[in-house]
Design a binder for this molecule. Structure first.
Ligand SMILES: C[S@@+](CC[C@H](N)C(=O)[O-])C[C@H]1O[C@@H](n2cnc3c(N)ncnc32)[C@H](O)[C@@H]1O
Length: 491
């Protein structure tokens, strides 16, 4: 692989005697992997049903390396959200964040959603995941990936970090900043990164990262944690960015996690800071950057990555609660206004949407109740996770789990609803084996006339494969009309 000259000489300077083994790693195949979707099954359960789940990635729950000839993206399990294809080093930041069920979690630079789906699995449907990207095109993939994974407690935003910080304040227990970067660690994985290299200098990225982090700092509750990660080796974008951050925000400190030596992780390199980056930092604070983690492709089985865990110290002045309560009150009034506006725009009233949904639920999902709070937006119905401040004024892609849409005559359940259900929750169900020809035909968008296991009655039917929901169909007694979202079809 031909590496950019500036990159080669910079890495030689930094790595010195280690440089040759580092460059030799570029002659080896890239690493790849996948992660069991913990909302649907565990790593052990995946290993029992998937030929791709053989060798575990030691630092990530339910994760496995895949081999060069594996094609996990061409298996029905991929189209059912059973696993997420993710480079193994990229699995570390979400693990480091220490998310537990019930946490309020923000993924600030989230598209296409690899780490968001990982964080959602840690939450196990309890608490809130706010997932955001400022690139509107990329939020489409983000929304699709969280829906494919069956995430039920997320809000998808397309916002600038400053707007989110103004809106939420210090509301989150956990914040992930997986920052835009020069991508030096991804040259082996993605040749586009190599082509785009130097489009923006490391200093340009560092400035962008500092801007994002400055807003992220305002979003972390006292005692909360923040992980900053990049897929670059560049010290300006890694230790340099974090040095400036902890100098500007003394309430944050680096937390140094312990890892088994056998994983091959290397410490952060405070000795690579330049003078400008050390300004305002005590020697001790600068040295704490050794608590960051560097993943080098010649030392670990993974691509290049950097991650650091920071904690916001509590202080005596952190009353915390009053500010948050005040904000929530103000926003509730805002929501009343916007609900009224939405009501005036549409033909179907909010009550009508809720009635139609209730009829659908009683008929098809009688023992299931949506989590959180029901929210009508026009003809769309969402289950919004709680607690959550009102979202007025933000550019919201999904204000919650999209349950479906009311038409004049009925409630049409969404693809997202199907993906977040368990098969046993549906009254009308078509169960297929995941390797059957009907499964493939369904995933490709075809109409089915199943030979066996025909559902009872008529109407909306949940189609499941190997015990995992795939989408809806409409059953008329002999034929199942395919209602899997057209954009999701396996082509
Ligand atoms: C490294 S990628 C994120 C990958 C993602 N975390 C994942 O695991 O799939 C960085 C993302 O940051 C987004 N981004 C860039 N500048 C941003 C900003 N100012 N605010 C929020 N997101 C930003 C980019 O659009 C890009 O999707």
């Amino acid at each position: 692989m031909k590496l950019p000259e500036g990159f080669v000489s910079a890495m030689r300077d930094l790595l010195q005697e280690e440089a040759e083994s580092f460059f030799a790693s570029y002659d080896k195949p890239k690493t790849s992997g996948l992660r069991a979707n913990g909302l649907k099954l565990s790593g052990e359960e995946l290993a029992a049903i998937s030929e791709y789940a053989r060798t575990a990635v030691p630092w990530a729950e339910g994760a496995f390396y895949t081999e060069e000839d594996d094609r996990p993206g061409k298996h029905p399990h991929y189209h059912l959200g059973v696993y997420y294809i993710q480079e193994p080093s990229a699995m570390l930041p979400a693990e480091l964040l220490g998310v537990e069920p019930g946490h309020r979690v923000l993924d600030l630079c989230a598209a296409p959603g690899g780490k968001s789906t990982q964080l959602a699995a840690k939450l196990q449907g309890k608490g809130v995941l706010v997932t955001n990207d400022n690139a509107s095109e990329r939020t489409k993939a983000l929304a699709k990936n969280v829906e494919l994974a069956g995430v039920r407690n997320t809000v998808v935003l397309n916002e600038e970090p400053a707007a989110i910080a103004d809106h939420f304040g210090a509301w989150f227990d956990r914040v992930l900043v997986d920052a835009p970067c020069s991508g030096e660690g991804m040259f082996r994985k993605d040749e586009d990164m190599l082509r785009q290299y130097e489009r923006l200098s490391a200093d340009g990225y560092a400035a962008m990262q500092q801007d994002i982090l400055q807003e992220a700092a305002r979003l972390v509750a006292p005692g909360g944690r923040l992980v900053y990660s990049t897929c670059t080796f560049n010290a300006r974008e890694n230790e340099g960015t974090i040095a400036k951050f902890i100098a500007a925000f003394p309430e944050f400190e680096v937390v140094a996690p312990a890892f088994p030596e056998s994983w091959g992780f290397a410490p952060g390199r405070p000795d690579w800071l330049i003078e400008d980056e050390k300004r305002g930092l005590s020697e001790e604070r600068a040295a704490s950057l050794a608590g960051a983690v560097r993943l080098w492709p010649h030392r670990v089985r993974g691509e290049g990555h950097f991650a650091v865990l920071l904690e916001r110290r509590r202080s005596d002045s952190d009353a915390g609660a009053p500010q948050q309560v005040q904000q929530m009150r103000g926003l509730e009034a805002g929501e009343r206004k916007s609900r009224k506006a939405a009501h005036n725009r549409v033909q179907i009233s909010e009550a009508d949407v809720l009635d139609k949904f209730e009829q659908f639920r009683a008929d098809q999902l009688p023992h299931w109740h949506p989590p959180g709070k029901l929210l009508v937006r026009g003809t769309m119905l969402y289950a919004q996770p709680e607690p959550l401040p009102m979202l007025d004024g933000l550019h919201v892609i999904r204000p919650g789990w999209l349950l479906g849409t009311a038409t004049k005559h009925r409630f049409e359940p969404s693809q997202a609803l199907a993906m977040g259900l368990a098969c046993g929750q549906a009254v009308r169900l078509l169960q297929l084996a995941s390797d059957s020809s009907d499964s493939l035909r369904y995933l490709k968008g075809e109409t089915l006339q199943p030979q066996s296991g025909a559902p009872e009655g008529k109407g909306w039917t949940l189609v499941c494969m190997g015990g995992f929901p795939a989408g809806w169909g409409r059953w008329d007694g002999t034929t199942l009309k395919n209602e899997r979202l057209p954009g999701w079809r396996w082509v």
